[in-house]
Ligand binder design. Sequence first.
Ligand code: GN1
Ligand code: MG
Length: 362
Amino acid sequence: MDLRQKLLEVSRQFRIEYEYLGYETIQTGNVNHTYKVNFLLPEGQPKSFLVQNVNTFAFRNPVGLMENIDKVTEHIRRKKPGQLALHFHHTADRKTYVADGENFWRMTNYVPSVTFDNVADLDVVRNAGKAFGEFQMDLSDFDITELTETIPGFHNTRQRYRALRDAIAADRVGRVKTAAPEIDYLLSIEDVACSLTDLQAAGKLPLRVTHNDTKINNVLFDPKTKEAKIVIDLDTVMPGLMGHDFGDAIRFAANRVAEDCPEADRAGVDLEVFRAFAEGFLSKTAGTMTVLERETLPVSCLCLTAELAARFLTDYLDGDRYFKVLSADHNMVRTRCQMALARDMLGQMEEMKQIVRQCAGQ
Ligand code: GN1
Ligand code: MG
């Protein structure tokens, strides 16, 4: 069946009976497939919904994932009634998904908004920092044991390095010979890259409910006020560390280039963007943070960057089974860009530390 017809069928299962106009593909997101599905209300106005096909190769327990999202959004709704929230539609038998054997579909309200991939406007960055900080604080009283780990060991960098070693040993598609410098570099920084994971394993950092995928394009903004409207993509909301959310956000937003820029030597941390995000994030979280949490924020940026480089490289060596790719070397291009960013972060660590201290009022 073609996609146009499939999306109509799925929408009907979510009990949307309006006249169908068609769909648009939303390109953002490296794992799930997202579509804006358009209808016409009886009064003649257009009405859209977001339909996603959840990647069940990445998310092995999509039902558990939907339960997590239900609990988390319900918790925030109770605390902040009236605040804009993601609403997942239900089927006639009260499920928030349609599983047709092959695909796992879900549907939410469409929130008119803008997103940013790269940001020149520091107010936008600061507001994103506030939004992710506030998201964490909204969930600070949520019982961690209620959550399923949707991807076990998601930010366990040691585990990510083990997967990289396994991929090198297996060499499934014969690409190891083309990746020697990247393999060497990533293995050479393994210990510093795993420092956050090691502190976690030693019980030195508190487990919190974290978002775990804090790319700035996971915040929807009001196009006029530039205020953050809502944090989206709750698939990886799980127990995690403060540094996971801070580090991943910086990795993405403060990089001078896109995460898959083919000119890797242009990658690096823009310290002004770093400062703006840190200001926003710490304005919400500084009062709750332990000293070690705060002190490890700068290195967490390096950890998350090296971890993602290892994940991209693993997927490249495995034959591109996890991330969506636009070309045969896409995962390699991403690896090189993240590696260059990691190298730059190592060089700017002292500056990043100083900025965090300033933002925390130290
Ligand atoms: C994936 O699908 P998306 O774009 O939200 C990935 C993140 C990576 C990111 C890199 C579940 O996020 O961990 O940081 O790509 N999500 C998952 O762009 O693996
Ligand atoms: Mg995501």
